[in-house]
Write a protein that binds this ligand. Structure first.
Ligand SMILES: [Fe+2]
Ligand SMILES: [Fe+2]
Ligand SMILES: [Fe+2]
Length: 571
């Protein structure tokens, strides 16, 4: 993370571009934003309401960002605005100063490019204009100016500072500009793609934030002060009423990158028969909730009778031999599968399952349990057991790069466009460089010593990299290593774009038939592999892409949501 030169923010009024998110994190944010239905109805167009959403909240309270704000504004900081700014090609947001923050130097806005960000689409600003003592609106009114173009604006600014110039920084997706809201600024999308930016607006806690009624000079404000959300410090001297923190802290806890070594053999509990060891849980950009733990099951025990639930699970045996009862709530009717190190079991949502230990040794297993926004309208999927071979790698020569991966499982699920698993063998000294993925990834070490992001894990080691997190990997041991990887792929961009299109057509009343997001899936409707959700719906309902189809799609989605929501997911 770049350091913020707070001096520059004070003297010039804005920072240079700072890298805040990886491009993959931008993609997963946009996918999430697009997939949220009825943003307008939910009040997301108003400035603070979107903060009730964990993905917005996560970005607005990222530690690096909070440290920048501490440097700029001090120890008590509130957030009063969070919104996605969409600029169509050719669209202009005329020159202005922010009416909300013209009252002093205790405000900072953070503009983060998310998609289509480049010099042609970034903010245009006049350095030092925050020190003129007047907003653009006031300057224009007092000088009787109707300045609108860049040249006219610059002339107006030069009346305050003869050296005034317009600057338009070259910003990339994931980079942020911090600026003082008094700054003279505007934007014009001179590119041919839509630009999306996240605007987060903060204030020193003791500053008053008012809601404008008039954005022209003289500004007029509503009497009632809007609520603001504390993000740093206790904010005891707040100028505005404080909004309560997000309702359920658990739902807002972001799953960090996890590097966890289970001490094998893991301790059991003879008396109780079953001992869980929590590892981590939290929300990721792809999943509303993912929880993982390891358990030791003593001989003759089972943790519960067969059950079925809204979450999906995989169970990976690390040690011992387990019996899995699958597919029926009646143990007599259930299929019995045997699982040992080298196999895992997969339980789709609402698929009956349990585990029992009929051997004379403890069984140790690792479990991932998750749910997310439902995306799959297919029939109820079947669970089963996957044998991926031995927990130890083979000895035959590996390809030139010293690594070989074999896919062992891949399936769409109720919450994932793809749940994928592969096994990788890797020779000493081999690996791959730092990168980020659009999906969450879990890596379970079975043999050897694997180092990722500076941490070395051995058998019983678990890495988890949420989507967008940078990670690399290397075999740092003296022998060949083997690990099992699960990839959790969230909603597709196609699905997200389709949802956005529905939103837009609803607002504008245009026909879906003409929108590329719908034409493309129809064209590719045989290509179910990559577009499972949308192509299935389109296949089922037929070729006609029209307003009635739009409503049918919504009904299918609503029904599926109702089915899955029969038992409200744990939040
Ligand atoms: Fe603005
Ligand atoms: Fe379960
Ligand atoms: Fe990766």
């Amino acid at each position: 993370m770049n350091e913020l030169d707070t001096g520059v923010l004070k003297t010039r009024g804005f920072s240079r571009p700072l890298r805040l998110l990886t491009p993959e994190q931008c993609m997963v944010f946009m996918r999430h934003w697009r997939a949220v239905e009825n943003r307008q109805a939910k009040g997301w167009e108003s400035k603070l309401v979107a903060l009730g959403d964990p993905v917005f909240h996560d970005i607005a309270t990222r530690p690096q960002l909070l440290e920048l704000l501490r440097a700029a504004l001090g120890d008590d900081v509130v957030l009063w605005g969070a919104s996605v700014q969409v600029r169509e090609p050719g669209q202009e947001h005329r020159w202005h100063s922010d009416a909300e923050t013209c009252g002093g130097d205790g405000y900072a806005s953070v503009w983060i490019g998310l998609e289509g960000t480049c010099r042609e689409t970034s903010l245009a600003m006049i350095p030092k204009s925050h020190l003129y003592g007047v907003s653009i609106q006031q300057a224009k009114a007092e000088k009787g100016s109707r300045a609108a173009s860049d040249a006219e604006l610059l002339k107006l600014a030069q009346a305050f500072d003869a050296a005034a110039q317009i600057e338009q920084p070259d910003v990339a997706d994931g980079e942020a500009l911090l600026f003082d809201g008094r700054l003279w600024h505007g934007s014009y999308n001179a590119s041919d793609t839509v630009r999306y930016a996240l605007l987060l607006q903060y204030a020193r806690a003791d500053m008053v934030v008012k809601t404008p009624e008039r954005y022209d000079w003289p500004f007029a404000y509503r009497e009632e002060l809007p609520a603001v959300l504390p993000v740093l410090g206790a904010c005891a001297q707040a100028g505005n009423p404080l909004a309560p923190p997000p309702a359920d802290p658990a739902a807002f806890r972001t799953l960090p990158a996890v590097q966890h070594q289970l001490p094998m053999p893991l301790a059991g509990d003879r008396k109780k028969g079953w001992k869980p060891h929590e590892i981590a849980e939290g929300r990721t950009a792809n999943l509303t909730f993912n929880h993982f733990h390891a358990s030791v099951l003593e001989p003759g025990h089972s943790p519960h009778p067969p059950h079925a639930h809204v979450e999906e699970e995989v169970l990976i045996v690390l040690d011992g031999t387990a019996e899995l009862l699958l597919g029926s709530a009646d143990p007599e009717q259930a299929q019995v599968h045997h699982a040992r190190p080298g196999s895992f079991s997969w339980y789709p949502a609402y698929f009956p399952h349990t585990i029992r230990n009929m051997s004379d040794r403890p069984v140790t297993y690792l479990m991932f349990k998750w749910y997310g926004p439902p995306i799959e309208t297919a029939r109820q999927a079947q669970g089963g057991t996957v044998n991926f071979g031995s927990p130890v790698p083979g000895s035959e020569p590996l390809p030139a790069k010293g690594m070989r991966s074999e896919r062992v499982f891949e399936q769409p699920t109720a919450y994932l466009t793809r749940l994928h698993a592969h096994v990788t063998d890797i020779d000493p000294g081999r690996g791959y460089g730092m990168h980020a993925d659009e999906h969450d990834v879990a890596i379970i070490v079975f043999s050897g010593s694997i180092r990722a992001n500076g941490v070395v894990l051995e058998p019983g080691g678990v890495f988890y990299f949420p989507a967008g997190e940078l990670h690399g990997m290397e075999n740092v041991g003296a022998t060949r290593a083997r690990y099992l990887v699960f990839e959790f792929h969230g909603g597709t961009p196609d699905f997200a774009r389709a949802t956005e299109t529905i939103d837009r057509t609803r607002r504008t009343g245009t026909s879906l038939r003409r929108t590329p997001a719908f034409v493309a899936p129809v064209k590719h409707r045989t290509d179910g592999k990559h577009r499972p959700w949308i192509s299935r719906v389109v296949n089922r309902i037929g070729k006609a892409v029209s307003a009635p189809l739009n409503r049918k799609i919504e009904r299918v989605v609503d029904r599926r949501l109702a089915e899955l929501g029969g038992q409200p997911p744990r939040r």
